[in-house]
Write a protein that binds this ligand. Structure first.
Ligand code: ADP
Ligand code: MG
Length: 285
């Protein structure tokens, strides 16, 4: 069950002078209820990959299965799939188009065939969940700030109550407080509704805090698939891919080199604090 990607290849403009090999032989599974991160240098194929998960892009070769069914198989409804796998685009402008925010957020549930009252209820809840102030609900989505547009786009997808939420760099354009608010809310929905989440992010810190598993893309291929600890343990290889581990992992390694007996594979400030306190207690306790 869940998502299964098998030997996915995607080539843009195949057979033309502009041919671009964007995804190379990528395979992985995501089970229902997982919170997975996706990282990779710009141009490594993350956006191309995630647009396959709800059928927006079609594999050049390979397959995408949802609950064991090939989404490009005969008779498969991509429209239904898009109600189950919600994708928040990297650029929110690309998914806002109605005259006001509220109507825009109603668009998804309306497409699912819900009654106008149900749609409004869904929209109100989703807008409240992303923390978009009520006074903005009647505004044109194009009048909003970058961060507000982002919240509106996320609300539009949440209003469909998808089983899987795919967020392509959702925190770009948000300040640190706004980032934490949104990601905390998504974590809450993940826990409360068992919503599967795939979070594409450039923030190693966010990936370490929020995800249970991280996929790493490099030049179109899948380089790593493991827990944050496992993946960030490869920090030297990650650096060669233009990536890194969270800052705190480097601090822990430095302390270890200096002779502090701490477990150096921590990935969050909370874990590091606990490690340092334990060393402190051993010395002073
Ligand atoms: P990422 O999201 O990791 O930055 P993308 O999936 O956007 O990576 O891009 C992967 C590769 O595909 C890049 O070389 C990019 O230039 C190319 N690419 C992306 N979108 C298109 C497109 N619509 N047409 C042609 N090439 C594209
Ligand atoms: Mg991208």
């Amino acid at each position: 069950m869940g998502i299964r990607v098998e030997h996915l290849n995607h080539i843009y403009g195949a057979g033309t002078a502009f041919e671009q090999y964007a995804v190379r032989d990528v395979s992985f599974e995501i089970s229902p209820g997982e919170f997975v991160g996706l990282m990779g240098h710009t141009g490594s194929g993350k956006s191309t990959l995630v647009q396959h998960l709800n059928g927006l892009l079609k594999p050049t070769s390979g397959r995408v299965l949802y609950d064991e069914e090939d989404i490009h198989g005969p008779g498969y409804s991509l429209r239904k799939l898009r109600g189950k796998v919600g994708l928040v685009f990297q650029y929110p402008e690309h998914q806002l188009f109605e005259t006001d925010v509220f109507t825009d957020v109603c668009f998804g549930p309306k497409n699912l065939g819900l009654t106008p009252e149900e749609c409004k209820g869904r929209a109100r809840e989703a807008l409240a969940n992303v923390g978009l102030p009520e006074k903005l609900w009647d505004e044109s989505p194009f009048e909003l700030s970058g961060g507000e547009k982002r919240r509106a786009a996320i609300a539009g997808v949440l209003a469909m109550e998808p089983e899987v939420l795919v967020l392509d760099e959702p925190t770009a354009g948000l300040d640190p407080k706004g980032r934490e608010e949104i990601l905390d809310k998504i974590k809450e929905l993940h826990e409360a509704r068992h919503m599967t989440v795939l979070l594409v992010s450039h923030s190693m810190e966010d990936l370490a805090i929020y995800t249970d598993r991280i996929l790493v893309m490099n030049q179109g291929g899948l380089a790593y698939d493991g827990t944050p600890r496992e993946v960030f343990g490869h920090y030297e290889a990650l650096e060669k891919m233009g990536l890194s581990a969270p800052q705190i992992t480097y601090v822990a390694h430095k302390l270890k080199v200096l002779g502090v007996p701490i477990n150096a594979d921590v990935t969050t400030v909370a874990e590091a604090t606990e490690e340092i306190l334990q060393v402190w207690r051993r010395i002073h306790g």
